[in-house]
Design a protein around this ligand. Structure first.
Ligand SMILES: [Ca+2]
Length: 170
């Protein structure tokens, strides 16, 4: 007879994504009822480029839109912040100066997130070269690993939240 053993609980692979989606839902719930209620979006325009960046370094991502024959629009995100955050600016030495192509893996008590540093955006636009992570209710970042394009791996531990962190390639 084979004794039954309790299976180890599987880590919820999408728990971090579900938490991030819940954060987005909370932010959306705080927005005006319809997107067309936002004054800056009431004008008819032929939009071309769109770039996402934290223009005022407050931890909320903002949006800039360029249009044909019209002044560009900057939509400053003044919504309710649903949680903690960190933004990371990678400075390469052996790799490119902006760290483009580096993979950043971040671990908190709420789970793991991975993002690539890229500035790819829409037509003739460039997003913030700093990578933004939403952290929800996490109070500290237990581990950050940067896999640089050069092949170098760098690890930081016990990193403070709600900051813009510059990480230089060793
Ligand atoms: Ca902002």
């Amino acid at each position: 007879m084979i004794a039954a053993t309790a299976a180890a609980p599987e880590a919820a692979p999408f728990a971090a994504v579900e938490r991030e989606l819940a954060d987005v839902a909370r932010v959306l719930a705080a927005l005006p009822r319809r997107i067309s209620d936002i004054p800056a979006l009431q004008a008819t325009r032929v939009g071309r480029g769109l770039a996402v960046a934290d223009f005022d370094n407050d931890g909320n991502l903002d949006v800039a839109i360029s249009s044909v024959n019209m002044k560009p629009v900057l939509l400053k995100n003044q919504g309710v912040r649903a949680g903690n955050w960190i933004m990371i600016r990678a400075k390469g030495k052996k790799s490119n100066a902006f760290g483009l192509g580096a993979a950043v893996t971040l671990e908190t008590s709420l789970g793991k997130q991975v993002k690539e540093i890229t500035n790819v955006a829409s037509y003739l636009s460039s997003n913030d070269i700093r990578v933004h992570f939403g952290l929800g209710a996490a109070k500290i970042i237990q581990r950050i690993e940067v896999a640089w394009p050069s092949g170098t791996k760098q690890v930081l531990t016990n990193v403070a939240i709600n900051q813009i962190l510059v990480i230089e390639e060793p």
